[in-house]
Ligand binder design. Structure first.
Ligand SMILES: Cc1cc2nc3c(=O)[nH]c(=O)nc-3n(C[C@H](O)[C@H](O)[C@H](O)COP(=O)(O)OP(=O)(O)OC[C@H]3O[C@@H](n4cnc5c(N)ncnc54)[C@H](O)[C@@H]3O)c2cc1C
Length: 268
């Protein structure tokens, strides 16, 4: 049996070995990334801090009571069952935290689907329901998106979270994916690859199947959002002014017409 090397002559050698051999993101020259610290001890501390009862009503808000546990779960430091058991100690009946348990189940569902249908990870499961075909979307992500220098200030904030912290709130992940695919017409695969490069919880199943859901290749309709929606859920430090977020500042009817003009023709 092959054993993992444990002795290294220098810290640099260890980092080089980890980068080459282990499935771990080491960024910023090996420095800790963002607020999430590695290791079981830190994971157990974070697990003790979860607020599953508050989660139910606040989880869509950027500063809501989400757990930030996904990197630990992704890398096997915590199991979904560890999290479920801890959450159940906060209530007398499981129904009170049903939404939280459901979200854990989503992760399990994506993992099982991945095992059964590995082709789903990088191929369109269905056609886009946008009136556009696969070839209408660009292959590559534009540089302003990669750098967080888009014309949309609130999204630049979330791209900063992605690049600097390796963690993005679920709602913001949906906004970013929608912007990339529907507002900028880039293939979801390019966006999914970009997320996987930065996310500490980067996971082919949860990530790519969620991108397909937003794109509408694994759902009945494209997911879109507008500035009013961001304003409702964002924190005060995020710029949601109309002048700095123009392309989002429309009603849903207007956005549907602007983003999917051919869809109207198809449905007519
Ligand atoms: C475009 C897009 C890309 C995503 N990429 C990833 C990814 O690479 N890795 C990843 O783990 N999750 C991914 N998700 C799912 C979800 O956004 C994250 O699991 C969640 O934001 C992690 O933060 P948290 O631990 O604070 O979650 P919480 O809201 O506190 O949820 C607790 C746990 O439940 C699970 N969970 C919650 N929501 C979801 C969900 N919608 N789908 C699957 N599992 C969920 C996670 O394991 C999470 O840690 C993605 C979602 C979208 C829309």
């Amino acid at each position: 049996m092959k054993t993992v090397q444990k002795d290294f002559s220098s810290h640099k050698d260890l980092v080089t070995f980890a980068l080459q051999n282990l499935c771990v993101s080491v960024k910023n020259n090996g420095a800790d990334v963002g607020a999430i610290k590695g290791g079981r001890e830190e994971a157990l501390k974070a697990l003790k801090d979860i607020k599953p009862k508050d989660y139910v009503s606040t989880r869509n808000f950027i500063d809501g009571a989400v757990t930030w546990l996904s990197p630990y779960i992704r890398h096997g430091i915590l199991t979904l069952e560890d999290v479920r058991q801890e959450a159940l100690t906060h209530v007398d009946t499981p129904e009170k935290i049903e939404k939280f348990i459901q979200e854990l189940a989503w992760r399990e569902f994506w993992q099982r689907l991945y095992v059964q249908q590995p082709d789903y990870i990088w191929n369109n499961i269905e056609d886009y329901k946008t009136g556009l075909s696969h070839d209408d979307y660009a292959d590559e992500l534009q540089e302003d998106i990669r750098k967080g220098e888009t014309p949309v200030a609130c999204l630049n904030h979330f791209i900063g979270n992605l690049i600097n912290d390796g963690y993005v709130h679920n709602h913001a992940r949906m906004y970013l994916a929608s912007y990339v695919v529907h507002f900028r017409r880039v293939k979801w695969q390019a966006g999914a690859q970009w997320f996987l490069t930065h996310l500490l919880d980067g996971d082919p199943a949860s990530n790519n199947l969620s991108w397909q859901w937003v794109a509408s290749t694994f759902s009945n309709k494209p997911y879109i959002f507008n500035l009013d929606n961001v304003r409702k859920y964002a924190t005060d430090d995020i710029d949601t002014s109309s002048e700095n977020n123009e392309v989002l500042d429309y009603s849903y009817d207007e956005l549907n017409e602007r983003l999917f003009p051919k869809k109207g023709q198809i449905n007519a």
